[in-house]
Design a protein around this ligand. Sequence first.
Ligand code: ZN
Length: 425
Amino acid sequence: MPATMSDASPDAASNAGSGGPAGTDHPVGPGVFADLVGQDEAVETLRRAAASAARIVAGSATGNGAMTHAWIFTGPPGSGRSVAARAFAAALQCERDGIGCGVCHGCHTVLGGTHADVRFVVPEGLSIGVGEMRALVLRASTAPSGGRWQAVVIEDADRLTEAAGNALLKAIEEPPPRTVFLLCTPSTHPDDISVTIRSRCRVVPLRQPPADAVAAVLAGRDGVAPDVAAWAAAAAQGHVGRARRLANDPEARNRRDAVLAVPRRLTGVGACFDAASALIEAAEAEAAASVSAADATERAALEQALGAGGTGRGAAAAMRGAAGQLKDLERRQKSRATRAQRDALDRALVDLAGFYRDVLITRFGAPVDTVHTDTAEVSAAAAGRWSPESTLRRLEAVLACRDAIEQNVKPRIAVEAMMLALWRG
Ligand SMILES: [Zn+2]
């Protein structure tokens, strides 16, 4: 397995070998779509489109309508929106009639993120700017170097600025003949994607994968012990990546344990503020750990590039330019850190909401599985103490906190208000 591929996409690398022996026309295994868990319908749509796309490339057909140039992948976080877009892009570049074998050069390089005709926009900050989008659209309008398709994958297309959305819309309205746009958003709600862009795209809805399908993948492909896989799949509430982290990363498990200890700690006003501080600080620490290495690498690379400018005429102007570039880098890094903090905090709130949901379904004896099987005793005890109304108010307080942060309320203020509401019940 080439290092570039396993570095960029460990999941893809782990299943690429099952795509069948090189040189055969049909894969033995599921190929590039193997990482889409519990999404049979979407996979079928994408397979048909990729096969049709391959016939168009071969000149044997103008297409049967299965292929189109703009797609939106929707679904809850962790359902595999970007995984689906990447797999489809790979199938479009697959050298075996678009089957997405997972092992040919085309599939391989797309999954590894190095294919010359496939570009990924992964927003690191809170939005995707117009400059980035214009540059992308321009490059995507050239003829594909590999003779197949130019593909642009836009993760989190719900974070397009209005201007960036307009630049993209123009390209989608007048697409070059072999360019494909693959957009990922949580939903097709106008808050997530403009109505005009939506109207020009085919939508591939992904569902929240069932816990047993997630557990089967963890146990079967990743070699996780079956009981751990079942626990992690339930606790992650259908989020495949989160389930994998919980199964494999002790620190992720510790952070989750700390979050689930919150309900027991709320014994007074002071305890509420302490719990809020702890939750915010844990999110900040987690975010800092996830971005600090990238920050340092980027800064070193930029300083080296600027330092190579030397002295002489124009040096003063170069210095001014350098200060601007460093400032720009710091601004982008700050935006990325804020995003990472919000994501970490949101994961904690989803875990917490799962706990109050467990209390509620236990109280009512609802015939559905608990999310947090390891805190079942605590949630059962709470179900005996709290009225259904007060439990529901607590669950709503957590959801209201998520909404408030989404609406740009300062996280500390939103979390403190939530803790007080959770204590009062
Ligand atoms: Zn292939």
